[in-house]
Design a protein around this ligand. Structure first.
Ligand code: GTP
Length: 386
C-alpha cells in the first residue's frame, strides 16, 4: 500500500458523519476511448470540472469528508489536481494497486483506512446520492451491506438486483440475458458496507463485490438490502452516455444542476458581439470566439479554446486548449484537449482524442474515432479501431 505522505496517513481519522468513502477510480475506461488514453475517466471533464469533483462535492454535502481513492490507471493527474482535498473541504487518501484488483480487491487493498461502516462508490456514476438517507436505511435494517438501486430501460448491460417486498436482496445477476431479466432495477454503483464484510475478501487477490462477495453473502443468508431510488443517474462509461450526461445536466433533468443564465461564460473570455447563442452553452475561462460563430446548446467549450469565424458547434463537448478554425461544423461530437481543427472541417458524431490535428476541409464519417496525437489528412484515415 502506498501512502499519500500527508499528516493523517496511517492515523485514525474520524469524520463528522463518522464514516468514510472509498471511490473506485482504477479502471482503464476502455469504452470511453480514445478520450481515456491520457486522461483517466475520473478526470474527464463534466461541465468543465473533473468528473470526480462532482462526486466529491456530493459526498461533502453529506459531511463525508474522509475519502479513499482506490487507484490503478493514470493515477498522477488525480493527485496533482485534488492534492489532499483541502480545496474541496475534504481529506483525500490515495492508494495504488499494483495490478487491477476488481471492486472488492480494491477495497480490501485500502482496508487499513477503514474503521467502521463505509461507502463504496463507482467513480464513473453521476447521481444525486442522498448518503444520509441511504445510511439511515442501512442502519434501520441492520444490514451487513446495502446496495443502491436505480431503474434503467435496458438492464442487460448492468447488474440486476432482485428484492423482496421489504427490500431484502434475493438475487444478484450480472449482465443478464434479456430472457433472464425480471426487474429493471440495477446496481447503481453505491454500496454501504460493514467492516466485517472485508473478512470475506482474500488479500492480494482480484475479487469482485458483484460477482463474488454479494452472491456469497446471499448464499450465507446475511442481511443484504437494496435501497431503491429514482434520483437522476448516469453511468458515463461510453461516449454516448457522456454526451447524454451533458444534455441532461444542461437541460435541468438533474435537479442538482441549475443555471441562472442560458450562456454560462467563464472569466476573461473574448466573445465577438456577432456570436449567436441558442439553448444552454457553457464556455470556460479565457476562450476567444470570433465573429459569426453559432453555438447551439447543449454545448460545453473548455477553457483556453479558440473558435474561428463562422464556425458552428451544436450538441457537443470540447475540452480545454483546442483551436478550431473558420467555417467548421461540429455536431454531436466530443473533442479532447489540445486539438487543432482546420478550416471548413465537418464532424458529426465523432470522438476525437487529445492532441489531434485535423487538416482543413476534412469531413469525417459519423461514428469516427480519432486516436490521440493523430494527424488526419484524409477523410478516410481516421481510426475506426480504438
Ligand atoms: P471500461 O473498461 O470501459 O469497462 O471501464 P472501467 O475500467 O472504468 O470499468 P467499469 O466501468 O466496470 O468500472 C466501474 C468503476 O470501478 C470505475 O469507476 C472504475 O474506475 C472502477 N474500477 C474498475 N476496475 C477497477 C479495479 O480493478 N481497481 C480499482 N481501484 N477501480 C476499478
Amino acid at each position: 500500500m502506498e501512502e499519500c505522505g500527508c499528516e493523517h496517513c496511517g492515523k485514525e481519522v474520524k469524520t463528522k458523519s463518522g464514516l468514510k468513502a472509498v471511490i473506485l477510480v482504477g479502471g482503464e475506461g476502455t469504452r470511453l476511448r480514445p478520450l481515456t488514453y491520457h486522461t483517466p475517466k475520473p478526470m474527464v471533464p463534466v461541465l468543465n470540472l473533473p468528473f470526480l469533483e462532482h462526486v466529491i462535492r456530493n459526498l461533502k454535502e453529506h459531511n463525508i469528508t474522509e475519502i479513499v481513492m482506490a487507484q490503478f490507471y493514470l493515477p498522477a493527474s488525480m493527485r496533482e489536481y485534488f492534492g489532499d482535498g483541502s480545496k474541496l473541504g475534504v481529506h483525500l487518501y490515495y492508494v495504488m494497486e499494483e495490478t487491477p484488483m476488481g471492486s472488492a480487491g480494491a477495497v480490501k487493498n485500502v482496508e487499513d483506512f477503514l474503521d467502521g461502516t463505509f461507502f463504496v462508490l463507482n467513480g464513473d456514476i453521476i447521481q444525486n446520492r442522498d448518503f444520509t438517507a441511504i445510511l439511515k436505511f442501512h442502519r434501520r435494517h441492520h444490514a451487513k451491506a446495502t446496495v443502491v438501486l436505480t431503474p434503467v430501460a435496458d438492464p442487460t448491460h448492468y447488474g440486476v438486483v432482485e428484492t423482496d417486498k421489504r427490500n431484502k436482496v434475493k438475487r444478484f445477476l450480472e449482465k443478464p440475458k434479456a430472457e433472464e431479466v425480471t426487474t429493471n432495477m440495477i446496481n447503481a454503483g453505491t454500496w454501504v458496507v460493514e467492516p466485517e464484510v472485508l473478512q470475506r475478501i482474500p488479500p492480494d487477490t482480484k475479487f469482485s463485490f458483484e460477482r463474488d462477495v454479494f452472491p456469497q453473502m446471499l448464499a450465507d443468508g446475511l442481511p443484504f438490502y437494496a435501497y431503491p431510488t429514482d434520483n437522476y443517474w448516469m453511468d458515463t462509461g461510453t461516449p454516448e452516455n457522456y454526451l447524454q450526461l451533458h444534455r441532461d445536466l444542461l437541460s435541468g433533468k438533474n435537479e442538482a444542476y441549475t443555471f441562472d443564465t442560458d450562456v454560462i461564460k467563464g472569466k476573461r473570455c473574448q466573445i465577438h458581439p456577432s456570436v449567436k447563442f441558442k439553448g444552454k452553452v457553457m464556455i470556460g475561462d479565457k476562450c476567444r470566439i470570433e465573429s459569426g460563430v453559432k453555438l447551439s446548446g447543449p454545448a460545453v467549450i473548455g477553457p483556453n479554446c479558440r473558435i474561428g469565424e463562422n464556425t458552428s458547434i451544436s450538441d457537443s463537448v470540447i475540452w480545454h486548449d483546442t483551436v478550431i478554425g473558420e467555417g467548421v461544423k461540429i455536431k454531436s461530437s466530443i473533442l479532447a484537449d489540445n486539438c487543432k481543427i482546420g478550416d471548413d472541417v465537418k464532424l458529426t458524431g465523432t470522438v476525437v482524442g487529445d492532441h489531434v490535428n485535423i487538416i482543413e476541409g476534412i469531413q469525417l464519417k459519423k461514428g469516427s474515432r480519432v486516436m490521440p496525437g493523430e494527424m488526419v489528412k484524409s477523410s478516410d484515415t481516421a481510426s475506426q479501431k480504438i
